[in-house]
Design a protein around this ligand. Structure first.
Ligand SMILES: Nc1ncnc(-c2cnn(Cc3cccc(F)c3)c2)c1Cl
Length: 305
């Protein structure tokens, strides 16, 4: 893993944790009711954080997640407007959210409308995913007749999550919560996939995270929702073009340019080479195009801000 640039110091907030592409902060005054979730401009591929960052990426993904939150009819973790929420630091205002701190469930709520990645690998090994038996003959990237809920146990930071059965998730969070997580995940995915399809975009799979609000006890949708970091988005016209090879058909809407360039310029040993400026700007354009196609609006964030 490349050494990630340190998360910026932010007045009123204390940096507490960094993932590959996002940084978490807690209020410096010890108030444990809130969290600041900052989306960096970092991009990761092949389990590496790449250099240089993509200016504007964090802003676009934050705006896309907030757009989805506004369309999903269930409580979410955003603390926007909360009278006692600490102020949003101006340095990251376009790519961060102040959120209510929740008791997060240790379950990654993954929903798959198509089978690829770790789900396809498990299917190849066992004929099933998370204990859900699937028909024979499914190829990598095939759309499934019905979306499936394939939860994973949140591994310690930096490790890969481990696919679990629904029954195992019920042991982890209790049967009622496990059922509620599955129902909410399948419902949100089904509606989001329909909206994306109307805009010529395939939502292949996504990962939701939920928590419990310690004050109200309610189930709350948290973290980021339906961004291209937490989901696989494919271009429907590419996907349906049988003349293309598989990797072109399953081109990740935002990261395929980076993946193709790395495949041609890196032998997968050692650290990946820095991306040339043209790849950086073309990748930003793809993030922006996905935002415009899904939301039908221009993003407010501009790169280099
Ligand atoms: N509202 C919440 N309450 C409690 N915990 C979380 C929470 C913890 N972890 N994550 C994932 C993550 C988000 C950003 C940067 C990272 F490095 C990791 C989210 C949230 Cl969003």
């Amino acid at each position: 893993m490349t050494n990630i640039a340190p998360a910026p110091a932010l007045p009123g907030w204390t940096h507490t944790y960094s993932g590959k592409v996002r940084d978490l902060y807690v209020p410096a005054n010890g108030d444990d009711r809130f969290l600041l979730v900052v989306a960096s401009n970092r991009v990761s591929a092949f389990d590496h954080v790449l250099e240089p960052p993509i200016p504007g990426k964090g802003g676009l993904l934050t705006e896309l997640s907030n757009w989805w939150f506004s369309r999903i009819p269930m409580p979410n973790h955003l603390a926007t407007g909360h009278p006692e929420a600490p102020a949003m630091p101006s340095e990251v205002a376009d790519r961060a959210v102040v959120s209510r701190r929740l008791e997060m469930y240790p379950v990654e709520c993954v929903v798959r409308g198509a089978l690829t990645g770790s789900g396809f690998a498990e299917y190849q090994r066992t004929g099933a995913v998370c204990g859900i038996p699937l028909p024979e003959g499914i190829e990598d990237g095939d759309l499934l007749d019905e979306p499936i809920y394939t939860p994973a146990y949140k591994a310690p930071l930096g490790e890969h999550d481990e696919n679990i059965t629904f029954e195992r998730s019920a042991e982890l969070v209790g049967p009622e919560v496990a059922a509620a997580l599955r129902e909410a995940s399948l419902r949100i995915f089904t509606e989001a996939r329909q909206l994306a399809a109307e805009r010529g975009v395939i939502l292949a799979d996504t990962k939701f995270e939920f928590g419990r609000d310690p004050e109200t006890g309610e189930l709350v949708l948290a973290d980021e929702v339906l961004t291209s970091d937490s989901s696989r988005y494919w271009d429907a016209s590419l996907y349906l073009d049988a003349a293309l090879d598989r990797s072109a058909r399953l081109a990740s809407f935002d990261k395929q340019i980076v993946r193709n360039w790395l495949a041609a310029h890196w032998d997968r040993t050692g650290e990946p080479p820095a991306l040339p400026a043209e790849i950086v700007s073309r990748t930003y354009d793809r993030y922006r195009e996905l935002f415009v196609r899904l939301t039908g609006t221009e993003p407010s964030a501009t790169p280099g801000a």
